[in-house]
Unconditional design. Structure first.
Ligand SMILES: Cc1ncc(C[n+]2csc(CCOP(=O)(O)OP(=O)(O)O)c2C)c(N)n1
Ligand SMILES: [Mg+2]
Length: 383
């Protein structure tokens, strides 16, 4: 598929302008790759599996307590969610509004216990274990579908299928526009990825196709979408109504495509796919991740009964046995807690280094004093 031709109105063609860039750049240079401390290597397989099961059971237990919700998607997408949040996503849990954070959108908003569990483990103070216990309760910070004004770390209100994906396209477009406008040849102040998870239901919606078409046309290389290909939707098997070749459609729309065939235990395949997607600079990427909805539930996995209702106490017990999870509801093992906290501290240390470097620049100082802390460039650098 040919790369879309840039047009005068495409974001790539917008040139950066203004400012005494040369001076600013020399003073503010940040070591390559030093913007963000990430793990030198993934955790040992056993710890990864335990972290993933923690996510699964936080979702199972929260839905069980609320007696409503969608446990199936979080159980199936926990491996993908863990790898993405733990090894790739750049964010500051102490400041969910840090401007240059990577964006994450759960377009399949019904599976929001996945997102809440990930935010909790990542150290967001606005998503405590008590918030998880209050899932779907009136006035809680963990509503039944994600609300961006209720929960730290939720970028976009989702639930209406397909529209979260369309919003993610908008976020990626905004990033490309701002990067073209503000980045200088050797100072990059806007540089983040937009990740989105969408399911079969999102793929069925026309709005998603329209947005995907625009994303392909614009060549949004920093947009990475994961299609949760679990073969189940609200009414049963997707064989009933949705049999198109999704990857072929996206290729036709100008996307790079990858298929992770084992999204349940293929951690290395998930990692490799994200790395490959990040390398593709001129096209958005769709990663089809084949998963099992309700993974681990002996009697309900791969059925639509795990899509939109609690497993039920007997099945929860059977699932605990099946996944060797002999813990009380809402338990987060100490080693998982410790493991999640470490990189956050590393990341914060790194933030301080970057912030100090940027704020000692004359141009930024002028900007701070003359325009105040709410000025655009100060927001850009504030962590
Ligand atoms: C536009 C729109 N139509 C219908 C619904 C109701 N609905 C919620 S989830 C769902 C099925 C989603 O299927 P899928 O994306 O495959 O999710 P999974 O069952 O795999 O969790 C439907 C139809 C909705 N949320 N939005
Ligand atoms: Mg599905």
């Amino acid at each position: 598929m040919a790369t879309p031709t840039p047009t005068p109105t495409s974001p790539a063609s917008i040139t950066a302008s203004g400012g005494r860039g040369g001076f600013l750049l020399a003073r503010a240079r940040v070591a390559p790759g030093g913007r963000w401390a990430v793990r030198a290597q993934p955790a040992a397989a056993e710890l990864v599996e335990r972290s993933v099961n923690t996510i699964r059971f936080l979702a199972v237990d929260a839905v069980e307590k609320a007696k409503s919700g969608h446990p199936g998607l979080p159980m199936g997408c926990a491996p993908l969610g863990h790898v993405l949040f733990d090894e790739f996503l750049r964010f500051n849990p102490a400041n969910h509004a840090w401007f240059d954070r990577d964006r994450f959108v759960l377009s399949a908003g019904h599976g929001c216990m996945l997102h809440y569990a990930l935010l909790h483990l990542a150290g967001y103070q606005g998503v405590t274990i008590d918030d998880l216990k209050a899932f779907r309760q009136w006035g809680s910070r963990t509503p039944g579908h994600p609300e961006n004004f209720e929960t730290d770390g939720v970028e976009v209100t989702t639930g209406p299928l397909g529209q979260g994906f369309a919003n993610a396209v908008g976020l990626a477009l905004a990033e490309k526009h701002l990067a073209a406008r503000f980045n200088k040849p050797d100072l990059t102040v806007v540089d983040h990825y937009t990740y989105v998870i969408l399911g079969d239901g999102c793929q069925m919606e026309g709005v998603a196709n329209e947005a995907a078409s625009l994303a392909g046309h614009w060549g949004l290389g920093k947009l990475i979408a994961f299609y949760d290909d679990n073969h189940i939707s609200i009414d049963g098997s997707t064989a009933i109504a949705f049999t198109e070749d999704v990857l072929a459609r996206y290729e036709a729309l100008g996307w790079h495509t990858i298929w992770v065939q084992n999204g349940n235990t293929g951690y290395d395949d998930i990692r490799a796919a994200i790395k490959e997607a990040k390398e593709v600079k001129d096209k958005p990427t769709l990663i089809k991740v084949t998963t099992t909805i309700g993974y681990g539930s002996p009697n309900k996995a791969s059925t639509h009964s795990v899509h939109g209702s609690a497993l039920g106490s007997k099945e929860v017990e059977a699932t605990r046995k099946n996944l060797s999870w002999a813990h009380e509801p809402f338990h987060v093992p100490d080693e998982v807690k410790r493991y999640s906290v470490v990189p956050v501290e590393l990341k914060l240390q790194n933030f301080k280094v970057i912030t100090n470097k940027l704020f000692c620049c004359e141009e930024i100082q002028t900007c701070s004093s003359s325009l105040g802390s709410s000025s655009g460039c100060c927001i850009l650098h504030s962590v």
